[in-house]
Design a protein. Structure first.
Length: 361
């Protein structure tokens, strides 16, 4: 499951609505918003929040709000009667302000509760369970960290997630966006420090596949079309790899071979990602692939075996480590640096597709 973030009154209403509709159309099913409502004029936020809740309802997605008790009071609620926000389209609250555990437990039977996964201890969690926490409607949400060097380490993330799995809780973490960044620092809003500046899709894949995270949300308020496409393609079982041609490929047959949807072999190789579909494609078309651009193959090099490799002719590979040049192997392109981690995150038997955005000079 994946989500995105909306920050009220920080962009024109029309732009916000268009972004929400675009994201939900492309398979994002959760909205996160953080509310810090000033005392002087809370009415502007009331209207904006009700409008956001209405849109979330129309798009049939969840809306989780991070809100302090004081901001909640400006809306006319407290955590004792916060379920009234369901009528506004808010489906859940982030509970992270020293709220009484009994209040949290009671509220978990009425709406989704997101606990602070980054600071919650097993003792605190057990206390919540003991007073009746509904774990089916409770999730563990990690923080995002606006300041560089303050994000958490993946080992700590895994340890916390193992605790939450023990209690049957869904886990969530943030990745940074890759377009407009949230101010005032505008340095990205990831959970893991190593994901600051990383591709949102690549970071999300690592969270899902290696680090025990169930849900991923984009912390910043915007996401590029390239990454939106990559997330949506994954819904169809395809891992998208951003790529560059080593030179403009004019042979349409070779272009078709390279750009088709590939499937990684079940017997995953140590040194390369092997396409089990490309060689059959070449044989079916009776392709003769002449030697061309045979050179050293650094990490992420996209290659096709030429006629000198006999029955392997037409096999597409992507190097997972630096390999020497071979007269039987043509270099056709390179995986973009930001997507290199995906080479070890793509599962045996999984489909992948190369998306070319430019030619590497």
């Amino acid at each position: 499951m994946r989500g995105f973030s909306i920050y009220l009154n920080q962009q024109p209403k029309e732009d916000q609505e268009a972004y929400i509709k675009k994201m939900t159309t492309h398979g994002f099913t959760s909205i996160f918003t953080s509310l810090h409502i000033p005392e002087d004029d809370p009415s502007l936020y009331v209207e904006a929040l009700k409008n956001l809740g209405h849109i979330a309802r129309m798009q049939e997605v969840e809306l989780i709000a991070d809100i302090s008790p004081s901001s909640l009071s400006h809306l006319g609620f407290s955590f004792e009667n916060a379920e009234g926000l369901l009528d506004w389209g808010i489906t859940g609250l982030r509970a992270d302000y020293g709220i009484d555990i009994k209040t949290i437990a009671n509220l978990s039977h009425k709406m989704t509760i997101a606990l602070n996964a980054s600071t919650l201890t097993e003792e605190m969690l057990q206390q919540l369970v003991d007073v009746g926490l509904n774990t089916q409607q409770t999730e563990a949400w990690h923080n995002f960290y606006p300041r560089p060097e303050t994000g958490i380490d993946d080992a700590d993330l895994v340890n916390q997630n193992q605790l939450f799995k023990k209690y049957g809780l869904t886990t969530m973490a943030f990745v940074a966006g890759d377009r407009q960044k949230r101010g005032p620092l505008e340095m990205g809003l990831p959970t893991l420090e190593k994901h600051r500046g990383a591709s949102p899709f690549t970071a999300a894949m690592e969270l899902w596949r290696n680090l025990g995270v169930d849900k991923v949300s984009i912390g910043d308020p915007d996401l590029s079309e390239k990454n939106i496409y990559a997330f949506e393609a994954l819904d169809d079982g395809i891992v998208t790899l951003s790529s560059q041609w080593v030179k403009q490929e004019d042979d349409e047959t070779v272009r078709s071979l390279v750009q088709q949807v590939h499937r990684q072999r079940l017997d995953r190789a140590r040194d390369v990602v092997r396409s089990e579909t490309s060689r059959h494609y070449a044989q079916k078309g009776a392709l003769i692939i002449e030697p061309n651009v045979c050179k050293d193959r650094p990490l992420g090099t996209i290659t096709i075996d030429n006629k000198h490799y006999g029955r392997y002719q037409g096999e597409l590979q992507i190097t997972k480590r630096t390999l020497p040049k071979s007269a039987a192997v043509n270099t056709v392109g390179h995986i973009s640096e930001e997507d290199l981690p995906l080479l070890n995150l793509t599962a045996p038997g999984e489909q992948f597709q190369l998306k070319f955005y430019q030619t590497k000079g």
